[in-house]
Ligand binder design. Structure first.
Ligand code: PLP
Length: 422
């Protein structure tokens, strides 16, 4: 840590001991537990430095070279760096790095390229889609006519025959793929062929696996002719909280106008500085190795759980996450499973499974992912150990002795793996 950061923390401690104490508590929580929520990660130390920097003081409405306020020589530099690096990393023609987060990024795409009432095909929330993919409780779900596709009950993969049938029937203006809880890769060729048949725009929301596309361990939708790819920057990419819209040149001007002034005002330049440094990291061999290890770890953990007779949705994983049917495996609903694992410092999240008979706050499963654990340097042997702990916990949720023993073991284990930036 530099002296100025240390002194800023000293000032925080003096000025506001309550917030300081919570910050220290959260640091300790992140150090002494294993983070397995698939959408979370530990960002790079240099990202923490940019987020707490003077870029947070600056208003930069507009885009580099065309701003509504003066004093933009350095903000223009970092936004241009971020955009150029995004284009290089994702092999695309245009990048907008201003969306304030993932939800705003998707809203900007729909509102910029479509008219209210237009039809969009996207994955159903309960089968793995995101809230912003037209869930009825979301504003977007009310503004646009979403047709939701599901997974097939046989192997749990997306039912492409049904997607095609629905597309021919409903003639969507946009076909959207991407997920928040789906342990398989996407068949981009099939989606593209279906969209072409009905003349729809193709969009992938790569929020969860954007870092794995960047690190080249998962396929890039642009290699299959996709028009738009969106991704959050804080999940597998390990950057600051934010979103990016990546697209073909023909959509560039509509996307830029939709983000600003259509949807947002001033961009968060401290976050954009963080995105720039993240995308520099993403071009290194170290990041490629990281992305590969995330997948190896995910497969290893899934394998360990299945060897112990846990039931995984789709019977495994092709990506960084798995969904465990805790009801079928252990007779525990997802809430109890999540709370039991919390007791031993293993953080997961309860998760609805396809056609879940149980309600969202007490669903049938949990979701587990490896991006954060891998960022701390955990490998295959560590995943096998984790699998054993998870399985033992969920088999004895009431046994305080077992839980206490595992909690102690997890804390000791965590000491071997420093949290990046701490
Ligand atoms: C996380 C996520 C988002 C939304 O990101 P926020 O930053 O939480 O708004 C959008 N789409 C998908 C698929 C996601 O996983």
């Amino acid at each position: 840590m530099t002296t100025s950061e240390t002194s800023n923390l000293d000032i925080l401690q003096q000025q506001d001991p309550d917030v300081y104490a919570a910050l220290k508590g959260e640091e300790q929580r992140q150090k002494s537990g294993i983070e397995l929520i698939p959408s979370e990660n530990y960002t790079f130390p240099e990202v923490l430095a940019t987020l707490g920097s003077v870029f947070t003081n600056k208003y930069s409405e507009g885009y580099p070279g065309r701003r509504y306020y003066g004093g933009q020589q350095y903000t223009d530099q970092i936004e241009t760096l971020a955009r150029d690096r995004a284009k290089a990393v994702f092999k695309c023609e245009h990048a907008n790095v201003q969306p304030l987060s993932g939800s705003a990024m998707n809203q900007a795409v729909y509102l910029g390229l479509l008219e209210p009432g237009d039809t969009i095909m996207a994955m159903d929330l309960s089968h793995g889609g995101h809230l912003t993919h037209g869930a009825p409780v979301s504003h977007m779900g009310k503004l646009f006519n979403f047709v939701r596709y599901v997974t097939n009950p046989v192997d749990g993969s997306i039912d492409y025959d049904q997607v095609r049938k629905d597309a021919l029937e409903h003639k969507p203006k946009m076909v959207l793929c991407g997920y928040t809880s789906y342990p398989r890769d996407i068949d981009y060729e099939k989606f593209k062929a279906i969209a072409d048949e009905v003349g729809a725009i193709t969009m992938t929301d790569a929020s969860h696996f954007g870092g794995l596309v960047a690190g080249q361990s998962m396929r890039n939708p642009f290699d299959f002719g996709f028009d738009i790819v969106t991704t959050t920057t804080h999940k597998s990419l390990r950057g600051p909280r934010g979103g990016m819209v990546l697209c073909k040149k023909e959509f560039a001007s509509k996307i830029d106008k939709s983000v600003f002034p259509g949807l947002q005002g001033g961009p968060h330049m401290n976050a954009i500085a963080g995105i720039a440094v993240t995308l520099k990291r993403a071009q290194t061999q170290g990041f490629k190795d990281y992305a590969e290890q995330v997948l190896v770890n995910s497969k290893t953990l899934a394998d360990e759980l299945m060897q112990r007779q846990a039931s995984l949705i789709t019977g495994g994983t092709d990506n960084h996450m798995m969904v465990v049917d805790t009801m079928a495996s252990y007779g525990l609903d997802g809430r109890v499973a999540e709370e039991t694992l919390d007791k031993v410092n293993i953080t997961t999240n309860k998760q609805i499974i396809p056609d879940d008979p149980l309600p969202p706050l007490r669903p049938s499963g949990i979701r587990i992912g490896t991006p954060a654990a891998t960022a701390r340097g955990m490998n295959e042997a560590d995943m096998r150990q984790l699998g054993e702990w998870i399985d033992r916990c969920l088999r004895s949720p009431e046994d305080e002795a077992v839980l206490g023993e595992i909690q102690g073991a997890v804390e000791t284990f965590c000491e071997k793996f420093p949290v990046p930036g701490l």
